[in-house]
Design a protein around this ligand. Structure first.
Ligand code: PLP
Length: 450
């Protein structure tokens, strides 16, 4: 099992051939199967003597992989898709073959150096100071949680007599903020937005002050702004929220899991003004920065605050704590970690940032163009001008059932993957365009079914 025999060598070619073929060809969209269907086809896969490498690979390539929707398919437009660059995917193979440990400088200095270069690019785009820094974590959910834990740790040093800590965020903020509050056993203050679904700084200020006045002993310790809501790509009033947070001496976190990728796009950069004043932000390279699952970049203005909250201490770990050595484990809720930022780093290093700008602008342009098509479509209503690359619309005369049936059929016919969402209690459809491979013709094929 741990020997590189001629059989393993042969198997390596099979594995690499499959991987390259998957990358080279347009994968079908595919669709899920029930567990019973999969059991009928795949059966028991774990046996005393093993199936052998080739047979187990075949089981995966012929039965299991086709039961997974291809998230990089150009007509996958549901949720937030993924669109890893060829370079990023290739380098994921290298990372997988290399037994790299990404938790400490001592063990993974070279990998950590590279990850930190990629983090630096993001921090510079946001306008954070040179002293800022962070870490790649599994996803935005964990990134938001880690940032908010650091925020509370910081608040505990500065505010006393607090009976209950509270996170303030917009009603439109991502579900992971409420999830973080649950995990942390803190309260949430979900503040209504303006008519454009934007959380404004003054509204947040009023809501926080009123909440604290009405709830003695409770203290808002963090204000979360969203830079690109998942549903509609709305960006909160980041400058105003920064004012509100700094006037109260509380942490300003920006959840940009999807939207902050567009920091590198000159055409929309100014929408993010104010981001430079945050205490922390996240962005998921696995969403709109062309990296494979799973990677979220978490950046702190003052990384010492992240470190104070998150460093684990133990007799067997303290040997790793040396000044001037960056230990990624110290900046989030994790210890052992894969250097999951490396595929993103490699793609950036290999292609250069200009390629990122071109790809990003292409997706933004396509979103604008398809919005125009939807506006002209006799049966459709554009919900609003796309703010980033999410285009939301409704179909005349349809209720929730019709949307769902249409979505199911679209996937069954392998034309596209578009799932219904909701806005103000009404069902909507949305195209989340993050894949430079998506063409207008892909979108038109979907519009033609509406
Ligand atoms: C996707 C998303 C998250 C959660 O990120 P995961 O990587 O799925 O955990 C958080 N916030 C926003 C705005 C998102 O779009």
């Amino acid at each position: 099992m741990h020997e590189f025999t001629p059989e393993v060598e042969a198997l390596a070619h099979e594995v690499l051939d499959y991987s390259l073929e998957r990358m080279r060809s347009n994968p079908p969209l595919d669709y899920p199967m029930s567990e019973a269907e999969l059991y009928a086809l795949a059966g028991e896969t774990i046996t005393a003597d093993g199936l052998g490498g080739s047979a187990a690979l075949k089981l995966f390539t012929e039965i299991l992989a086709p039961a997974c929707i291809s998230t990089d398919h150009p007509s996958y437009l549901a949720f937030i898709p993924s669109a890893p660059s060829e370079h990023a995917n290739l380098f994921d193979l290298v990372v997988g073959a290399s037994a790299l440990y990404g938790g400490s400088w001592q063990e993974g200095a070279g990998a950590v150096y590279a990850e930190n270069q990629a983090l630096r690019w993001l921090a510079d785009l946001a306008g954070l100071p040179k002293s800022s820094g962070g870490v790649f974590v599994q996803g935005g959910t964990l990134g938001n949680l880690s940032a908010l834990v650091a925020a509370r740790h910081d608040a505990r040093q500065r505010f006393s007599d607090v009976r209950r800590w509270v996170i303030a965020a917009s009603r439109e903020s991502h579900s992971s903020i409420v999830s973080a509050a649950e995990v942390m056993d803190v309260g949430t203050l979900l503040i209504p937005t303006d008519d454009n679904l934007i959380l404004q700084g003054p509204a947040a200020a009023l809501a926080i002050d009123e909440y604290e006045a009405n709830h003695p002993g409770e203290k808002v310790f963090a204000l979360v702004g969203t830079a690109g809501t998942t549903n509609l790509g709305i960006i909160d009033d980041l400058s105003g929220l920064a004012d509100t947070a700094s006037a109260r001496g509380i942490w300003f976190h920006v959840d940009g899991a999807y939207g902050l990728a567009a920091l590198c796009a000159p055409s929309v950069r100014e929408k993010f003004n104010g981001i430079e004043r945050c205490d922390s932000f996240i962005v998921d390279p696995h969403k709109w920065l062309f990296a494979p699952y799973d990677a979220c970049a978490l950046l702190y203005r003052n990384p010492e605050k992240g470190k104070r909250a998150h460093t684990q201490h133990a007799s067997y770990l303290d040997v790793l704590e040396n000044e001037n050595e960056w230990n990624p484990s110290d900046y989030a809720i994790h210890l052992t970690r894969r250097p999951r930022g490396l595929p993103f780093w490699y793609s950036l290093a290999a292609n250069g940032v200009n390629e990122y700008i071109v790809a990003m602008e292409a997706t933004l342009k396509l979103a604008k163009e398809v919005a125009e098509q939807i506006r002209k479509h006799p049966n459709l209503n554009l919900l609003r001008e796309p703010n980033l690359s999410v285009v939301a619309f409704t179909r005349n005369g349809w209720g929730a059932d019709e949307y769902q049936k249409w979505s199911d059929k679209l996937l069954a016919d392998q034309i596209g993957f578009v799932t219904p969402s909701a806005h103000r209690g009404q069902p909507i459809l949305r195209f989340a365009i993050v894949n430079p491979w998506t063409q207008m013709s892909d979108l038109e094929a979907i519009l033609a079914t509406l």
